[in-house]
Design a protein around this ligand. Structure first.
Ligand SMILES: Nc1nc2c(ncn2[C@@H]2O[C@H](COP(=O)(O)OP(=O)(O)OP(=O)(O)O)[C@@H](O)[C@H]2O)c(=O)[nH]1
Ligand SMILES: [Mg+2]
Length: 425
């Protein structure tokens, strides 16, 4: 039995490697690529009508079934309609393909709602086009006709979107509450951001000991995961929570990004953002993806420090890393940002990256406490190990402990110390 799904890619430029990867992410086997160089798309069919005939001819003469035509660009509803009508095969543009990947990957409730919201938003102009065609008698089958039903359908979409927005708002406020609790207890929040497939989840896994899904396919991660960093900074555990987020991609309409707002919020509120970038690709591609990601961070309103992790350097020669860093700097992409070459796969550069993340944390304060040697102090010391970075501890007639912590919990520590009859030195 052959379960293979076959697709044809149609593009108006040569650079089709990303759309190929997107097709692969949805398990489509690309059997043919049609490229027609044009500056602007044809108004009726996106590609010229002669090219559409070529595609049609290919489909008709192909021994394999063609399940999908993928257009590497954004179709207007009228172009989509005329293309599907002419080719008699499902046609997806780039956005619809990405939404289909999202739909397949969404596991948790929040991700499912976000994807549904984006899909409804996407479909709205298409529904409008179908309504228009139905009224003109061009698409009599749609909704079994009748303006009343068509309008009803439109209303239904609107209601559904409103309901989803409400549900998401609730999830969002729960998430905010959760975050506040963590923050107040002294944890720093660090978020992993970056282009899809850069290695964000792989990095979270090695820093936290977690085992979240890592894949060569695009958009493996659609939900956030937050874990404490277990790996030590200069031999000592630090109070940092790390959050993995959904990847970026070029040319994603702002309404899709809005639909994923609550997930991306983790980036907005982070104390430090680690921007993971695949450094193994051609320098122009690395540059493009880094630029897209930095712009995305600006659009999200990120004002905190950004540390760049230039990942996958195991795939390139050592000299090339320096050339790449120089090139990125020349393109004004590094400025005064810290950029650390790493290989998550071979665990190279990770300690240095972590040190730089730690150095970038805002308002880390140092304190030295002197506590009486008893059981209650011991319990407090365990708390300090959890919520601060204990740089030194000495047990004698009393306990002397040096800590580095978030300034947010200074007062709490002070008053607890006083309750225990201890003192701050
Ligand atoms: N060679 C090499 N491959 C790596 C490295 N880090 C990650 N990868 C691979 O890159 C692919 C993507 O890794 P992920 O960690 O899933 O990337 P991601 O950024 O989380 O991707 P999305 O969730 O899809 O946005 C996987 O096949 C990883 O095994 C590295 O340092 N070197
Ligand atoms: Mg991931």
């Amino acid at each position: 039995m052959n379960n293979q799904k076959n697709a044809i890619i149609v593009s108006i430029n040569d650079n089709i490697s990303e759309i190929n990867k997107l097709a692969d992410s949805l398990d489509y086997n690309v059997v043919k690529e049609f490229i027609q160089h044009r500056k602007i798309p044809d108004v009726n069919f996106y590609i010229g009508s002669g090219k559409v005939d070529d595609v049609r001819e290919y489909i008709d003469s192909s021994l394999e079934d063609i399940d999908l035509i993928i257009v590497d660009g954004e179709l207007k509803p009228s172009q989509w309609f005329t293309l599907e009508k002419k080719l008699q095969v499902d046609v997806y543009d780039r956005i619809r393909l990405i939404l289909a990947i999202f739909e397949e990957r969404a596991e948790r409730k929040e991700a499912k709602l976000q994807v549904k919201l984006a899909q409804l938003q996407y479909e709205r102009p298409y529904v409008r086009e179908l309504i228009h065609r139905a009224r003109a008698g061009e698409h009599p089958g749609f909704m079994a006709g009748g303006e009343y039903q068509v309008d009803d359908y439109y209303e239904m979409i609107k209601k559904q979107m409103k309901k989803i927005r409400g549900d998401l708002k609730k999830i969002r406020s729960d998430r905010e509450l959760h975050r506040q609790t963590r923050y107040k207890s002294g944890f720093y929040l660090v978020s992993l951001a970056g282009y899809t497939n850069a290695g964000k989840s792989s990095l979270l896994n090695i820093l936290s000991g977690e085992k979240i899904k890592v894949e060569g396919k695009l958009f493996s991660t659609l939900s956030t995961t937050t874990r404490r960093i277990q790996k030590r900074v200069n031999g000592k555990k630090a109070p940092i929570l790390l959050t993995d987020t959904v990847g970026f991609i070029e040319n994603l309409p702002s309404w899709i990004i809005d639909a994923f707002h609550s997930t991306l919020e983790e980036i907005e509120v982070a104390d430090v953002v680690v921007l993971v970038t695949d450094g193994s690709e051609d320098k122009e591609i690395v540059e493009k993806k880094l630029r897209v990601s930095l712009n995305e961070l600006t659009d999200l309103g990120v004002t905190t420090s950004v540390v760049i992790a230039l990942n996958k350097i195991d795939l390139i020669e050592k000299e090339k890393v320096d050339t790449l860093l120089y090139y990125l700097d020349q393109q004004d992409l590094l400025n005064d940002r810290l950029c650390v070459p790493v290989s998550v796969k071979e665990k190279k550069g990770i300690d240095l990256l972590l040190e730089n993340i730690y150095k970038s944390l805002p308002h880390v304060i140092e304190m030295t406490l002197k506590l009486p040697l008893n059981k209650t102090s011991q319990a407090f010391v365990s708390q300090l190990y959890k919520k601060t970075r204990v740089s030194h501890i000495n047990y004698n007639h009393s306990i002397t402990i040096n800590i580095e912590c978030n300034s947010k919990i200074r007062k709490k520590i002070q008053s607890k110390c006083e309750t225990l009859q201890g003192s701050i030195i």
